[in-house]
Ligand binder design. Structure first.
Ligand SMILES: NC(=O)c1ccc[n+]([C@@H]2O[C@H](COP(=O)([O-])OP(=O)(O)OC[C@H]3O[C@@H](n4cnc5c(N)ncnc54)[C@H](O)[C@@H]3O)[C@@H](O)[C@H]2O)c1
Length: 246
């Protein structure tokens, strides 16, 4: 009952959470296929991995780049057992400041890339009778965005909807689909896109009194991917430090 020998695609693997997820799965014996649009960040993250990995540079805002990445990956690997749709972009613009370009790009990266990648990798999972899909949602999906904007919060809520839809359709075929909804994880998203005042204000509102770490999120991903988590599907796991209980 281990993940040894499985293969995982992790998107946004050059970022804080994606790099930690790739490393956590690698610790379980999983071969990581790391996707990011940022070549340098990807190389840095791959350099810190405990094992060999496959890196794919692709801009997941474009369906054509996704299709080509899927083709290349399935040419080199028989099956992708685990898909972690983690790539995401943040925008803090609220309703009246939200423009169509921002809306479409946010949805393309945060939601549609998960749709196309799931479509691309699910048939081999069905064939092998086993698969794990984990989508990186956000607390913003549930609370409407404390500091996060309208496009971001809405795209993450839709990602939870995609998770439910895939979970229901594939539950009988050995595939689980779950999401994680973190609030404020220590990453450039928090350090660069929030002012010092906003950070201090959010920490004081968090019952646990600190931000989440990428490793804690990665641990939850590894748990959801583990063989003994096969009865959990269609779940959105909150990691919000006690901001909301339900
Ligand atoms: N940091 C937080 O507080 C927080 C909270 C809740 C949810 N999340 C979600 O977790 C995920 C990871 O965020 P993070 O905190 O590690 O941020 P990050 O900025 O460190 O990482 C995001 C990664 O996604 C990549 N990416 C962005 N657009 C892409 C595209 N078009 N194609 C390919 N790669 C692309 C970036 O290059 C980056 O490496 C995101 O989906 C984010 O929305 C983060």
């Amino acid at each position: 009952m281990t993940l040894n020998g499985k293969t995982a695609v992790v998107t946004g693997a050059g970022g804080a959470i994606g790099a930690a997820v790739s490393a956590a799965l690698a610790e379980q014996g999983v071969y990581p296929i790391m996707i990011d649009r940022d070549h340098d960040a990807l190389a840095r993250a791959a350099g810190m991995m405990p094992c060999e990995s496959h890196q794919v540079v692709a801009d997941l805002a474009h369906e054509s780049e996704i299709q080509s990445a899927v083709r290349r990956i399935l040419r080199d690997h028989d099956c992708v057992d685990i898909l972690v749709n983690n790539a995401g972009i943040l925008s803090n613009n609220k309703l009246q400041a939200t423009g169509m370009v921002e809306w479409r790009r946010t949805f393309a990266v945060n939601l549609e890339s998960a749709l196309w990648l799931t479509k691309g990798f699910i048939d081999p999972m069905v064939k092998s009778g086993w698969g794990r899909i984990v989508n990186m949602s956000s607390y913003a999906a549930k609370c409407g965005g404390l500091t996060a904007g309208t496009a971001y919060s809405t795209s993450k809520a839709a990602l939870s909807g995609l998770t439910f839809s895939v979970a229901r359709e594939y539950a009988g075929r050995g595939i689980t689909a779950n999401a994680i909804a973190p609030a404020y994880v220590l990453s450039p998203m928090v350090s660069e896109q929030l002012s010092e005042k906003q950070r201090a204000c959010q920490i004081s509102a968090l019952p646990v009194g600190r931000f989440c770490t990428p490793e804690e999120v990665a641990h939850t991903v590894a748990f959801l991917c583990s063989p003994l988590a096969g009865f959990i599907t269609g779940e959105v796991i909150d990691m919000n430090g006690g901001l909301q209980f339900d």
